[in-house]
Structure formats: structure tokens, C-alpha cells
Design a protein around this ligand. Structure first.
Ligand code: URA
Length: 443
């Protein structure tokens, strides 16, 4: 390790908009992880980075320094390529659930380390934990064994991967320094590079329900992460995808598992299927397998992906045939007049689901497996007065009041002349059809 530095000098350098050298970066990350740099000093440095930015070389070094604080997994002995996906987080984003088994059904291994939800965005582990018996924590040996036998694993990231990031992320969360592109990019990529995947596809969400509210910001984040992947030898591609309205027709843990199973049965909402297939195609291409879109749809329709799903759930103690939990209480929000749903805001629906108990306010909180929202009338649906738009689900009815407020505010219903409104189109598997992929960023 490099010689000791004066932390105040490092903060001052960045505060004044200058470039940190490699030695300063290596030292400050290591010293912070070991408790030598104080929390208040790291918060000042994080704020200076948020305000002043970092060069590509600084971000690459910062990422490498965070990886160096922990272990690196190695799947080179697996005998087949590995590929993974990371989403920057959205509302109703259950894509990992059908995606990992779909990709694995083509013989490419998927080591997917996932997280829990915080705030209005859900976490993959919370969703899978609504399956009776399913276990998120696996040792590295168990992960390797499951990748060999099943080809796909979705589990909790162990505490050994990039411990600097765990500490820094918690600090950023309480110092208003999350929204920095260099810090987000290095945080995500340090974990993904340490995980040891050969190829990576990033799903960078854009819109009200995402970190990145504009396409320009999302493009910059995507470019930064794609470059970091390239610098570290991980083949990385980013899709920029719409998060202005929820993905699919369900938001909430068990509800989203149910919808994912529909996709694995060859059904499910169009936007979820389209995004799953597009990401799978890129993940496989990154691992050297060119598979066309029709073949991917066929693997969903003929049960190949479902077979892997069942084995993947069972390998982690889950009962893939057991009924999923359902909420004790429901409340339906109906159209006050006839018209067209011209807005269904992702953030508003996410906040409503969170208030129903689907998400947590603090890391220590529990989530309700069955809480959440079913969407009957997605964006663009014509409805008549009294038709259902959303159903709210919770086990604790005292949550309805605040959830209802957020849900109502999320709905924009534009009146249309009565004769132009066809009868309701709220079929259970309504085709949620929209341009989900906004752009692609390649190395
Ligand atoms: N997700 C992460 O892992 N890190 C960030 O900084 C933001 C989102």
C-alpha cells in the first residue's frame, strides 16, 4: 500500500476541481475501509466528487481501489462462459427472475448477485423470498456448485465483495451524495467486476421511477460504466430503458413473482417479455452466443426456461409449486369518468406500493411479501367510469390512506368524448406495448 497521505489535502484537491492521483485514490479508499479516514472526511470528499466530477482515469482507479478492498470471485474453472445483468433499479422491474433462467437455458452460466430494495424501488431478493422456503444467502462454494448443476444462481452478494462500497454507499445515502455519476458507476461496477462475470449487460433506467431522470444523464452513466467494464476486461453493453411508467402489470414482491412465472409460461405483459428477450440476446452475445429473438421467445414458450427456473428455485430450498402469499386486504381504485390513461407515473406507483408495505424505509425493516399493486389499466388504456385502474394489496389496512393518495396522484386520466371510448380493455394479460428500449451504449 502506498505511503500515508493527508486526508485534508485530498479533500482540498477535489474541492478545487483538480485531479486525484492514483496513489491518493488507493490510499483514501483503503484507509476509509479500515476506519482511518473519518466518516466526516469521506462525506466531504464524496460531496466534492459530486460537485466537481472525476476524469475517466480517476473513476477507473477509484473502482479498482474499491475492488481491492475485498475478494474477487473466479468462475474460470466452470467450463462455460458467464454473463450477468445489472439494473439501476425501477418500479415493477422483475426482469432478473425470467431472464437468468432464460439465458442459462442456452448453456451460458448466470452468476447473479442481487440486492434488497430500499425506498420505492424493489429488490430481487425481496421478491424471491416470497417463494416459500427460498434462501438468499449462499456460500461461494454453494454458488459455484449451483452454477455447475443448474447454470443460474440469484443470491445475496457476500460481505467479502468490495466492502469499501458497502460502507461508502451507506454514507452517501445519508449525505445526499448518491446522485453522482462517478460514484454510482464505480459503486455498481466494483461489485460486478469483483463478482467475476465474463460479460455484463446494464439496464440503465430512465424516467421518474429511476435514478436518472433524463436520457442525457442516463447516457452519461451508461457510457461511464461501459468504459469501466472495458477497462477491466468485462464485455459490457448498456440498454437505456423507459422507467416513466411501471414495468408490466404488477408492483410488489409476490405479485411480481407471479407475473415472472407467467412470462416463463410463455405469457405475461408485452413490455416485460420484450425487455427480457432483448437483455437475454445481449447477455448471450456478450458470452459469444448469437441467438435470435424468435429462438428466445421459443425457449419461453416451450418450457426450456421454466425448467431452469424450477431447478434454480429448488436448489435454494424454494418450493416453486407452492402457492404464493396473498394479501389479506384489497382496495380497488376506479376511473372517476371515462377517458384514456395518459399517465401512470412510475415513481407515484412505486411510492404507493412502498406505503402498502412492499418496500422498506430503513435497511432493518421487513417487507410484506404480498403487499403491492396490480395494474388493470396501464398507460394508453381506454376506460369507462367505474372501471378498475389499480388494485392495492396489503396485510395492514391502516396503510391504505397514504398509499391511495400516492396512487391517485400517479394516475392521469384524460376525458375523451364518450363515443370515442371503446369498452374496457382491462384484460388480465393486457398487452403493455410501448417503446421500452430508448438507446444502446456499446464499447
Ligand atoms: N446502486 C449501487 O449499487 N450503487 C449506487 O451508487 C447506486 C445504485
Amino acid at each position: 500500500m502506498s505511503q500515508s497521505h493527508d486526508t485534508v489535502d485530498i479533500i482540498r484537491t477535489k474541492r478545487d476541481g483538480l485531479v486525484l492521483n492514483d496513489d491518493q485514490i488507493d490510499w483514501v479508499i483503503d484507509a476509509y475501509t479500515r476506519g482511518i479516514v473519518a466518516e466526516e472526511q469521506m462525506s466531504a470528499l464524496a460531496m466534492a466528487i459530486l460537485l466537481r466530477g472525476m476524469t475517466r482515469a480517476e473513476i477507473a482507479r477509484w473502482t479498482a481501489a474499491m475492488i481491492a478492498t475485498g475478494e474477487r470471485l473466479d468462475f474460470s474453472g466452470l467450463g462455460r462462459p458467464t454473463t450477468d445483468k445489472h439494473s439501476t433499479g425501477g418500479v415493477g422491474d422483475k426482469i432478473t427472475l425470467p431472464l437468468a433462467p432464460l439465458v442459462a437455458s442456452f448453456g451460458v452460466a448466470v452468476p447473479q448477485l442481487s440486492g434488497r430494495g430500499l425506498g420505492h424501488t424493489g429488490g430481487t431478493l425481496d421478491k424471491l423470498e416470497s417463494i416459500p422456503g427460498w434462501r438468499a444467502a449462499l456460500s461461494n462454494d454453494e454458488m459455484l456448485a449451483q452454477l455447475t448443476s443448474v447454470g443460474a444462481v440469484i443470491c445475496q452478494a457476500g460481505s467479502g465483495l468490495a466492502p469499501a462500497d458497502r460502507k461508502l454507499y451507506a454514507l452517501r445515502d445519508v449525505t445526499a451524495t448518491v446522485e453522482s455519476i462517478p460514484l454510482i458507476a464505480s459503486s455498481i461496477m466494483s461489485k460486478k467486476i469483483a463478482e467475476g462475470t465474463g460479460a455484463l449487460v446494464l439496464d440503465v433506467k430512465v424516467g421518474s421511477g429511476a435514478f436518472m431522470k433524463t436520457l442525457d444523464d442516463a447516457r452519461e452513466l451508461a457510457r461511464t460504466m461501459v468504459d469501466l467494464g472495458a477497462d477491466a476486461g468485462v464485455r459490457t453493453v448498456a440498454l437505456l430503458t423507459d422507467m416513466s411508467t411501471p414495468l408490466g402489470l404488477t408492483v410488489g414482491n409476490a405479485l411480481e413473482v407471479r407475473e415472472s412465472v407467467e412470462v416463463l409460461e410463455g405469457g405475461g405483459p408485452r413490455d416485460v417479455v420484450d425487455l427480457t428477450v432483448a437483455l437475454a440476446k445481449e447477455m448471450l452475445a456478450g458470452a459469444g452466443r448469437e441467438v435470435d429473438t424468435e429462438e428466445l421467445h421459443a425457449a419461453l414458450a416451450d418450457g426450456r426456461a421454466m425448467d431452469v427456473w424450477q431447478k434454480m428455485i429448488q436448489a435454494q430450498g424454494g418450493d416453486s409449486t407452492a402457492p404464493l402469499p396473498t394479501a389479506r386486504e384489497h382496495e380497488v381504485i376506479r376511473a372517476e369518468h371515462s377517458g384514456v390513461v395518459t399517465g401512470l407515473d412510475a415513481l407515484g406507483v412505486g411510492v404507493a406500493a412502498w406505503r402498502l408495505g412492499a418496500g422498506r424505509a430503513r435497511k432493518e425493516d421487513d417487507v410484506q411479501a404480498a403487499a403491492g399493486i396490480e395494474i388493470h389499466a396501464p398507460l394508453g388504456t381506454s376506460v369507462n367510469a367505474g372501471d378498475p385502474i389499480l388494485t392495492l394489496h396489503t396485510d395492514t389496512p391502516e396503510r391504505f390512506d397514504r398509499a391511495r393518495q400516492a396512487a391517485h396522484a400517479a394516475i392521469e386520466l384524460t376525458a375523451a368524448a364518450a363515443e370515442s371510448v371503446p369498452t374496457t380493455s382491462t384484460t388480465p394479460n393486457a398487452a403493455v406495448s410501448r417503446d421500452i428500449i430508448l438507446d444502446t451504449v456499446r464499447p
